[in-house]
Design a protein around this ligand. Sequence first.
Ligand code: GLU
Length: 276
Amino acid sequence: MFSTRFAPSPTGQLHRGHAFSALTAHRAAREAGGRFVLRIEDIDATRCRPRFEAAILEDLAWLGLDWETPVRRQSDHLQDYHAALEGLTARGLTYRCFRTRREIADDIARAPHGAMETWRGEPLSAAEEAARLAKGEAFAWRLSLDAAEQALGGFKTLRFFEEGLGREVQADPTLGGDVVLARKDVGVAYHLAVVVDDALQAISHVIRGIDLFEATHVQRLLQALLDLPTPVYRHHALLSGPDGKRYAKRDRAQTLAELRASGMTPVALRRELGFD
Ligand code: GLU
């Protein structure tokens, strides 16, 4: 069954760009006679706030959308993501990385141009790792591209269908480097939670902004490693404002709450965004 989702993070108010994305996914589900799922991606407790979650539900209802209930809130299901992480770790596909963001930035600055996206760390020796753990040093779990490449016999089979292009795309998971899967302050990272949930919620079509196109390459790798199905992807262009710049959370005046307060009706906004 056609199933798609809108998966906002409650780190701020929704703006026109979110409305466009949600309406796009919702319309696709309705046209296909399928499911529309709302997922609250709130695993980053350092940035997510319950008041933004409440605002998301209010904004989407105001916009005229309906969705399946109960809504899946990622922070209620951390054990699902930890199980996935443990599975990868048991197979030697992850390693503890003690390097700080600052140290990694320095590494990249010293490396030849282009290394930015393809940073690979190095697992420490067992003795050094034990010593640093004993000192209580913070670390992140990273996915090892080298180990993943070995486990899968290369990345050649990693393909996904991109409806925006109307063809299959060869995924290049090296784009993301050795991505972080979990860290102390954020127990599980976005890429891992999203592939687990897309599978658990039987999402057949991921419809989202083109800003997440690179993420799809990383997520395709995680699907292969976790033996999860790969949805069809449709990355839509990002909406831009009258000044040609794309809408962002920082543009407060563009939030749906502000538009609503200024007297805009949902019908008018839907029409403006091309959803009559
Ligand atoms: N939670 C992500 C965001 O707010 C979107 C995740 C996704 O659509 O895969 O940008």
